[in-house]
Design a protein around this ligand. Structure first.
Ligand code: FDA
Length: 308
């Protein structure tokens, strides 16, 4: 089922049908702050007031049009200006999907994405905050890491997500565990072939722990992005074992998922950052969240049947 949902996340026909359904809206409200920049700023203010940090994602991916890529850059620049104006920029950064700013464009996509992301990084620096690059499917990993290297020459605090389900990721962690390097470790949300990825849950979890060990032992700034209680505990224990002070690493979770746990960790003095998506283009994000959580899918399907 996970595979089916992740395949459907690329279908334009299913997309049109799903976004028209009221039940989709109901589920989206749990995971997405709203359609507008005002919604993003409001949600950020609420989370910051609870002692949490935020990373904001302007929803959208797989941009096939250069004008659309520019519109995404403008949306981030506007958002960053608002965060600065509202005094939220010291607590809130932004997350960027390179495919939303042109990486998937034919020919010169990588250069276009680099130039566009540099504009967002400059706006983030002016606002007093940072950018983290999300990681998409494995065909983009080399290109994303190459763009990261270029960006870090001018913006050394640019972060990146690595996915524990990829077989290559322990090696990528070793390469990126240097001083000042912000690395978000997540399990991975795409449907990847066995040739490049671990597919069994136990294997992915083991890889997550291996990668976490490398990052916690290294000189960089690890960001443990998971809701998995066992992995959260292991991350905390590894931080202690490696003599890391509070604030020299952080936990990250998604908006709407385990909010009590987010507050519990923050209450213990941990740095906890919530990933807050906003915008109208929520279809791909919703499908990935449904794929992760059979209970959500059951709710979705029951609502569809009861409509009929
Ligand atoms: P797992 O899926 O095993 O979930 C553990 C527990 O968390 C579940 O038992 C449940 O209680 C809860 N939970 C998890 N998902 C839920 C859901 N959808 N609804 C309700 N409860 C849920 N991926 C990627 O490929 N590239 C990226 O850049 C990012 N970025 C990113 C940032 C942040 C801050 C987070 C937290 C995650 C990502 N991800 C990501 C997504 C990540 O790869 C992964 O798909 C999800 O976090 C789910 O994996 P868990 O580690 O939470 O474990």
């Amino acid at each position: 089922m996970r595979q089916v949902l992740l395949t459907l996340s690329h279908s334009n026909r299913v997309r049109s049908a799903v976004i028209a359904l009221p039940v989709s809206r109901a589920i989206v409200r749990r995971y997405v702050a709203g359609d507008e920049v005002d919604d993003a700023v409001r949600a950020t203010g609420e989370l910051v007031a609870q002692g949490l940090r935020v990373t904001l994602d302007h929803l959208g991916e797989d941009t096939r049009d250069i004008g659309q890529a520019k519109a995404v850059v403008n949306a981030y620049v506007t958002l960053l200006g608002r965060l600065a104006a509202e005094g939220l920029a010291s607590r809130a950064e932004v997350s960027v999907k390179l495919s939303a700013v042109g990486q998937a464009l034919p020919g010169d996509g990588e250069h276009i994405a680099l130039d566009n992301t540099a504009l967002i990084c400059a706006a983030a620096r002016d606002a007093g905050t940072t950018v983290t690059l999300d990681m998409e499917d494995h065909t983009t990993t080399d290109s994303t890491l190459s763009i990261l290297r270029e960006l870090r020459a001018d913006f050394p605090d640019t972060g990146v997500a690595l996915q524990a389900y990829l077989r290559r990721t322990a090696a990528d962690c070793r390469d990126l565990a240097y001083a000042g390097s912000r690395v978000r470790l997540c399990k991975g949300a795409y449907d990847e072939p066995e040739s490049v990825a671990f597919r069994k849950r136990r294997e992915v979890d083991r890889s997550y722990v291996r990668c976490l060990r490398i990052l916690m032992a290294g000189e960089g700034y690890p960001m443990a992005a998971t809701h998995d209680p066992r992995l959260i505990e292991i991350a905390g224990a590894l931080a202690v074992r490696h003599g890391r002070a509070l604030g020299s690493y952080e936990f990250q979770m998604l908006y709407g998922i385990r909010p009590d746990e987010q507050r519990r960790l923050a209450g213990q003095g941990e740095t906890v950052r919530v990933y807050v998506p906003y915008g109208e283009d929520w279809y791909g994000y919703l499908m990935r969240r449904l794929a992760e959580r059979p209970a959500n899918l059951a709710f979705f399907l029951r609502s569809l049947v009861s409509r009929g």
